[in-house]
Design a protein around this ligand. Sequence first.
Ligand code: AMP
Ligand code: MG
Length: 310
Amino acid sequence: MKKDLSNIKKSKLYLDKNECVGIPTETVYGLAANAYSDRATEKIFKLKKRPKKNPLIVHYFSIRDLEKDCNINKNFIKLYKNFCPGPITFILKIKKESKISKNVNDNKSTLAVRFPKHPLTRRLLKFLNYPLAAPSANISSRVSAVSKMDVKEEFGNKVKFILDGGTSKFGLESTIVSLINKPQILRLGCIEVNKIRKALKNKISLKKKSKNFIVPGQGKVHYSPGIKVRLNVQNPKLHEAFILIKKRNFNGNNYFYLSKKNNLNEAGKNLYKTLRMIKKLKYKSIAVERIPNKGIGQTINDRLIRASKR
Ligand code: AMP
Ligand code: MG
């Protein structure tokens, strides 16, 4: 569409001037800036109020572009063939000659990289001559944004431009896989662990804690709607918002359904939207019924557990 092209051009204008731009991806919206620029990436941390020690994910159009900055390996190729472009992030060794700003990865020897699938963002990446550092477009520790409106709500006019690509398809963050030594999952996400295991032929473990980074969930609150969240609840308290996994016959004004028919993918897509809506309706507390801990349910539970920490 003509309008899409003019918005992509507009995004490029801002990004070329070291400004941050909101970008749509299939996972959640990103707050993007030129990954090669110190000035631009500095702005991401300021806007998000993000600790400098929490490194950013860099978004690429192609393997060819990635190879300017990182060393790839066999496991990377296997996973790339199966899932890219798509909602998976790889931790790779950064090359000495890479131009990635030291701000992006806190000057470490590794880099988190991803190939987003959203068509507008792919067109934008193809158009630029640098990759985009883009963490989720929300104030640090809060619920991620899944639409242009959400990004506006988080940053107001502080973000110069938001590329509107509709509502994010998955509504949950990417799965992060470290390929530095033995493959390891660092963060659960849109792609189920089993699928990754299959693609790698069984060679993967799940990492519980990271010593070197502030990975969300080390006891610290993350993905938080800013109000109290209680899990595995059967009966909500009076005046409490109640999140249910599927639609029921009984109904209360305070009942919020994540899916019509117990579909975990649909529930994942609706999770952040629902948390945001409940906050806007000025509820003081949220109760959530038990979510089955399988498939994407594992990712939903991971996010809810972190949202419930205080
Ligand atoms: P966000 O983009 O805000 O959803 O989060 C990005 C996640 O990637 C954070 O949890 C980071 O800790 C993680 N991450 C980024 N770079 C690295 C890296 N080099 N090694 C391990 N984890 C990383
Ligand atoms: Mg985030």
